[in-house]
Design a protein around this ligand. Structure first.
Ligand code: HEC
Ligand code: HEC
Length: 413
């Protein structure tokens, strides 16, 4: 008579209760009766088939629409992994945004920035701190242009290993302090986590969070856990602004020109009514009752909705007018404009095209030249030359302005 399951015969024999020689089988280290062992196997089979059945709709969804891999799954409805409902990150997220021992959760961070902050990591506007941080990833300016915000966002996920499994204290202890990644490589957790440790005297444990400025830390939202990230997504004005932008694109088309000042204004309105239950509806209402949505035979290059109180005459193109007004006009307008550059006047130049007025030593600067100088000053990470001078500028505005300037440079050639 065999005395353990391993010696109990072939799998087929296991299915036939009469041929199953399981009396006094050793099951999970305990000696149990044949009836108990059968009950165990039955229960295990039930769990397994139940799990596969409940996941079937998810597999089908992924197969029919791989793009949908980022959409949330209602795990309550399929009765699986209820613990994921505590936050906004779902199995498909972990499936699609995998990590590795070299990736350091950056794909997860990039996804968060793109999806919730409308930031697809255009490498402009990294205002680098003047002190060089040793031993950090990608401290080279060309790399920091993305990584200064990407790496701190990735840090929210530092406890989540393969499939998003939480490597909490208990799991780490069981696992010899090793975290395991989606590629099944592993790393000492203490060493791994040190990539996000804040320098001593920073007043926080980790350089984890949403980074708005490298020159003024008080503007940043620091945190540590995924719960902190949830709270950040609910509170950050950038996320509200992103919602408004996505809604505008959804109703009017992604190629439709819009004055960013209009979107800012709708987002500000949404922010003000924070406690109102209908605040999202109000934002949608403003977009649906806007001029863009209502005009027949719309031209995608025309801005129909503009920021309130905009004058119109000699106004720079709508894609950038409100950005220039908010960030540049105080120093670059009127008779004493700095560097002879007036960023509130848009006029016909001698070559027939439109541009900003810039007059240095009585000489008009060619408009293409002015565009190039502006592009340089907006994208440089050299703080002594970066515009606006000694001042922060919202990153999405800096990126939009830089992209627009690049287009002007290309077409003025
Ligand atoms: C345009 C923005 C951008 C710039 C500039 C950039 N990176 Fe990245 N980097 C990313 C993103 C996004 C990821 C995550 C990619 C993924 O896994 O999906 C990444 C991932 C990485 C990774 C992890 C790769 C892996 O999967 O193991 C390293 C290392 C890295 N970057 C280093 C650098 C260095 C060094 C530079 C400068 C030479 C640099 N990056 C410049 C956006 C950028
Ligand atoms: C707080 C005042 C201030 C603000 C705001 C400001 N600038 Fe400037 N800007 C200056 C001063 C002063 C100079 C001349 C010193 C220098 O060249 O750095 C200058 C120079 C420039 C130049 C160089 C012109 C040349 O001929 O080389 C450009 C281009 C420029 N600014 C663009 C901008 C843009 C675009 C913005 C908004 C995103 C902006 N500035 C916001 C003060 C400002």
């Amino acid at each position: 008579m065999p005395d353990s399951v391993a010696e109990a015969g072939t799998p087929n024999e296991l299915l036939d209760p009469d041929s199953l020689p399981l009396d006094n089988a050793c099951f999970f280290g305990d000696t149990i009766t044949r009836a108990e062992a059968l009950a165990h196997l039955d229960h295990a089979r039930e769990l397994f088939t139940g799990m596969v059945t409940r996941l079937e709709p998810v597999f089908q969804m992924w197969e029919s629409n791989p793009e949908g891999a980022f959409d949330p799954v209602d795990f309550d409805a399929i009765g699986f992994y209820p613990s994921y409902n505590a936050n906004q990150f779902y199995a498909q997220f972990w499936q699609a945004a995998q990590n590795s021992s070299t990736n350091y959760d950056r794909r997860r961070g990039a996804y968060m920035l793109d999806r919730f902050f409308c930031d697809d990591l255009k490498p402009v506007g990294a205002a680098l701190p003047t002190t060089h941080v040793e031993g950090k990833h990608a401290s080279d300016p060309a790399c920091a242009a993305c990584h200064f915000k990407l790496d701190p966002m990735a840090g929210f996920f530092r406890h989540n290993g393969y499939f998003g499994i939480d490597f909490d204290d208990a799991t780490l202890q069981q696992n010899g302090n090793q975290i395991i990644f989606d590629d099944f490589a592993s790393l000492d957790f203490t060493e791994y986590e040190s990539a996000w440790r804040a320098p001593t005297g920073a007043g926080r444990d980790f350089d984890v969070g949403y980074i708005r400025s490298t020159r003024d830390e008080s503007l940043n939202s620091y945190g540590s856990t995924i719960g902190d990230l949830d709270a950040l997504l609910k509170a950050a004005p950038e996320v509200e602004r992103c919602f408004v932008q996505r809604a505008f694109e959804y109703f009017n088309g992604a190629d439709q020109a819009v004055d960013p000042g209009f979107l800012d204004d709708v987002a500000a309105d949404l922010h003000k009514t924070k406690s109102g239950g209908d605040r999202l509806e109000r934002a949608l209402q403003r977009i649906l009752t806007g001029d863009t949505f209502r005009v027949p035979d719309r031209n995608s290059t025309v801005c129909y909705d503009v920021a309130p109180g905009d004058s119109g005459a000699h106004r720079p193109p709508c894609e950038v007018a409100s950005i220039l007004r908010a960030n540049c006009a105080t120093c670059h307008s009127g008779a004493n404009a700095q560097a002879g550059l007036d960023l509130t006047t848009w006029e016909k130049a001698s070559d027939g095209g439109f541009g900003f007025r810039q007059i240095v030593g009585g000489q008009a600067i060619a408009r293409a030249d002015t565009f190039a100088r502006m592009h340089d000053r907006v994208t440089t990470s050299d703080l002594t030359r970066q515009m606006p001078q000694l001042k922060d500028m919202p990153l999405h505005q800096r990126e939009a302005l830089a992209l627009w300037l690049q287009k002007q440079i290309d077409s003025a050639r």
